[in-house]
Write a protein that binds this ligand. Sequence first.
Ligand code: ADP
Ligand code: MG
Length: 249
Amino acid sequence: MSTATSAPPMIKATAVNKYFGDLHVLRDINLEVPRGQVVVVLGPSGSGKSTLCRAINRLEPINDGAIEIDGKPLPEEGKTLAALRADVGMVFQQFNLFAHKTILENVTLAPRKVRKINAEEARKTAMELLDRVGIANQSEKYPAQLSGGQQQRAAIARALAMRPKVMLFDEPTSALDPEMVQEVLDTMTGLAEEGMTMLVVTHEMGFARRAAHRVIFMSDGEIVEDEAPEAFFTKPKSERAKDFLGKIL
Ligand code: ADP
Ligand code: MG
């Protein structure tokens, strides 16, 4: 028998169900993501990918089931939720940067307010992160002065500034001009190589093949396949996945 201590999964969803009115958008979702794993979530539009991400950091309440982050259940509301949500960084298709704050201010805001980090420390960390995503020289600019790719990298730095345990990406490159997609994917690949636990909704199959340890395919609110990337792309099991891959590849 193994004597290794087993760490809890970073993300654990158990029998999660979610409705919007009569619409059953998450159907009995069971998912465990171990520490350091990169999971790419694929599926047609409307299959529940965004709702799953939003449920994982409680932007969206669930109707039943349970979600745990690093062994701790997500509470319904209140202070503990703010702290737990801070453990889960999220990057959206639309960068959602604060337009009237500089890039540096965008990155230091939440650590100062939520993590109560002092100004100097927050600034130092923010500059390190901006350097890591390759835009330290843009720190005094406002979001509108940056390209889409730079804004999305700023959004990644902002999420990382909270020192999250998990990063969720919901179609982070879908709103970008094609020439800016790669710089954002490269930033994400770097993060994956450093061991960040990541759940990534994306249509970038190159990223999925290269960076993902695992591919989850969703359809109509269900996880239909859960495979290693190579197996999924070469031998999808379900008709729904075959149909989906036929359309995008
Ligand atoms: P995906 O990200 O895979 O495209 P979503 O999670 O955004 O799918 O949506 C899943 C389903 O839930 C879709 O049918 C969508 O129209 C519906 N939906 C999403 N958000 C809401 C909402 N706030 N109110 C009602 N229906 C919603
Ligand atoms: Mg979506």
